[in-house]
Design a protein around this ligand. Structure first.
Ligand code: HH2
Length: 270
């Protein structure tokens, strides 16, 4: 499953401000459908490191009209941490609650829709302040399985789990989680992964890594396509069943090649 990201926000880390206007957001959603997205993930609050929370009314006004416009054309998920927003999004046509707080399973159960539980350490405002784990793969897996089991017990029939790349994690944690995806997938729950354009790719991609594992000048967001595609391909060949991406057309091309519909060299050439 390729999930196209549609951030109706002024401050998202890669596309903030581009789709804040209703017409622009719907046009972007339609173009991602044409590029082959299976699901459009509509969000009205940035959860990038350091992001300030958004009020319910503002988040509702950003996402509900866009979901209403797209839901007749494609499966829509809502990327939210708020029960009120999730409920309104479902009423507007969303059928997946993509929940970075991993706390809204009872809303999904009540509404009869799918739920994606993501792992995050702390809150976006502070989550990158010295994140630490003894065994990041085991801790993230156990957390997600506990949440997913609770959702199933509450009656949610479609439950996804997501290790939350970049959410309270160092570069090393992100790479360990990508390396350990099969362990997470062995839980039996379908795994979703979002690496697209994230800062660890910018830091790894520039090639100049300092003693703390950071580069002085990370690649800019628009220069992270190769890392995004490579990490998506890695995820899909190591246990993930869904990837959440900004660059839908290029990702769909990679997925098609992985599915055996042509050589990967065609993608590189394109
Ligand atoms: N990452 C972001 C937001 N939502 N949901 C899931 N399930 N998995 C992710 O990895 C994930 C997510 C952050 O990316 P983005 O939406 O592009 O940025 P922002 O939070 O700044 O809007």
């Amino acid at each position: 499953m390729v999930m196209g990201v549609l951030n109706v926000t002024p401050d998202s880390f890669s596309d903030g401000g581009r789709w804040l206007d209703f017409e622009a957001a719907v046009a972007r959603g339609m173009s991602m459908i044409a590029e082959g997205a299976d699901v459009i993930d509509v969000g009205g609050e940035s959860t990038r490191p350091g992001a300030e929370p958004v009020g319910v009314a503002q988040e509702l006004s950003r996402v509900v009209p866009v979901i209403e416009a797209l839901a007749p054309c494609v499966r829509v998920s809502v990327d939210t941490r708020k029960a009120e927003v999730a409920e309104a999004a479902v009423a507007a046509g969303a059928t997946i609650i993509n929940d970075v707080s991993a706390s809204l399973w009872s809303v999904a159960a009540e509404a009869g829709v799918a739920w994606a539980a993501m792992h995050m350490r702390g809150e976006p405002l502070t989550m990158q302040e010295a994140p630490a784990y003894d065994d990041v793969v085991a801790e993230v897996r156990n957390f997600l399985v506990r949440k997913a089991d609770a959702a199933v017990a509450a009656g949610v029939s479609e439950v996804w789990i997501d290790p939350g790349i970049g959410f309270g994690k160092t570069i090393g944690h992100n790479l360990s989680l990508l390396r350990g995806l099969r362990t997470i997938a062995a839980s039996g729950y379908p795994v979703m992964v979002g690496t697209s354009r994230k800062s660890f790719l910018g830091r790894l991609g520039s090639g100049r890594i300092d003693s703390r594992g950071h580069t002085e000048a990370p690649l800019p967001v628009d220069d992270r396509l190769e890392g995004s595609l490579a990490s998506a391909a890695w995820a899909l060949t190591h246990g993930a069943s869904a990837i959440r991406v900004h660059d839908v057309a290029a990702t769909v091309a990679v997925v098609s090649r992985l599915a055996g519909r042509g050589p990967i060299s065609d993608v590189v050439a394109a």
